[in-house]
Design a protein. Structure first.
Length: 337
């Protein structure tokens, strides 16, 4: 609790008593720092140019005495200068605020809203102003049309919304919560490759939680619960001679495996796995596959198809399935750019 019979602070106000009258002045916390937006920050130029005037308006509403207003305006200008604002912008804002009385600033003026004006919204970037220039340059095309000029009677209001910045991507923590151990009747299903038990492709897979790669001596720990019906999967095909093929699919795993078997049956040499089976006369029944990873979006979101391609190339590299050691013939790194 604070008690004072002369003045008290409330939000950004000093409420001061002089005799039987009260007046207000600007209040700053002792820990306040100059946190005004920098002039070289990547924000729309109209926003930065209007910021000094909006702050000067706030000072004029708060300060009742002219000497308090003059002192706070000087301090505010120095703060803006230290943040890189030009004197011309500050002088224009000062001239503009001197032409407005404090009584006018304290009036509550409702904003006039136009129901017919179109709002063009986009995320702000350095090329956003070019979008506005292009729209305004060619707006006469809409105005020359007899029907469209009735719909778009006024030029659009171009507004910007903030896009995702580094703070949005780096500040927040997405650590998983601590697992809560609870006793249930049924134990949870562990990660691994499973048969769905309801399709033909089940005959070509098997139940496993991990798999050993003979060429790299790498133990593959299968991530996620994968069955023939799972989508967005990285899978591994092996042939009797020991070579492997890593692939990806955004559809169900059984649909993609059925396509592989169809290309072998039709002796389609355009596909590397089918060409190998045909060249070495491997029977189609010798094809074996497992799902090695179920790909899902991280908490921050992203492009799932691109993430799927990245994980495919990750496994191609670590399992060494690129020709001549394996059956993969393409290694495109554009998904990492």
């Amino acid at each position: 609790m604070e008690y004072n019979d002369k003045r008290l602070s409330f939000l950004d106000l000093w409420i001061i008593r002089e005799g039987t009258r009260l007046y207000t002045d600007l209040y700053k916390k002792p820990t306040a720092r100059n946190s005004l937006l920098r002039a070289d920050s990547d924000h729309p130029l109209p926003l930065k140019n209007s910021l000094p005037f909006s702050q000067f308006c706030r000072l004029k509403r708060i300060c009742q005495k002219p000497e308090d207003l003059t002192k706070n305006l000087t301090n505010m200008k120095n703060n803006f200068r230290s943040r890189g604002y030009k004197n011309s912008v500050l002088n224009d804002a000062t001239t503009k605020i001197n032409e407005i009385s404090r009584a006018d600033l304290l009036k509550n003026r409702p904003k006039e809203k136009s129901n017919r004006r179109v709002i063009l919204t986009s995320e702000y970037c350095r090329s956003s102003r070019h979008l506005k220039d292009i729209v305004m340059k060619h707006w006469h095309i809409l105005e020359s049309d007899d029907q469209l000029k009735k719909v778009f009677s006024e030029r659009p209001l171009v507004v910007y919304k903030r896009g995702r910045n580094l703070r949005d991507q780096l500040v927040h923590s997405y650590l998983p919560p601590d697992p809560i151990v609870s006793q249930t009747m049924f134990t949870p299903i562990p990660d691994g490759n499973r048969r769905c038990g309801n399709c033909t492709q089940c005959n070509y897979t098997y139940k496993c939680n991990n798999n050993n790669n003979n060429k790299t001596l790498l133990e593959i720990k299968i991530k996620g619960i994968i069955s023939c019906s799972t989508k967005y999967v990285i899978y591994l095909i092996t042939c009797p001679c020991g070579k492997s093929y890593v692939g990806k699919t955004s559809r169900s795993l059984k649909t993609r495996i059925a396509e592989h078997r169809s290309t072998i049956r039709c002796r389609n040499l355009n596909y590397p796995a089918a060409a190998h089976f045909v060249e070495f006369n491997h029977p189609i029944s010798s094809l074996k596959y497992i799902g090695i990873e179920k790909v899902s979006l991280p908490p921050r979101g992203g492009d799932l198809e691109n993430l799927l391609s990245k994980r495919e190339h990750y496994w191609i590299y670590h399992l060494k399935t690129l020709t001549p050691h394996g059956l993969n013939v393409e290694y495109d790194l554009r998904c990492f750019l």
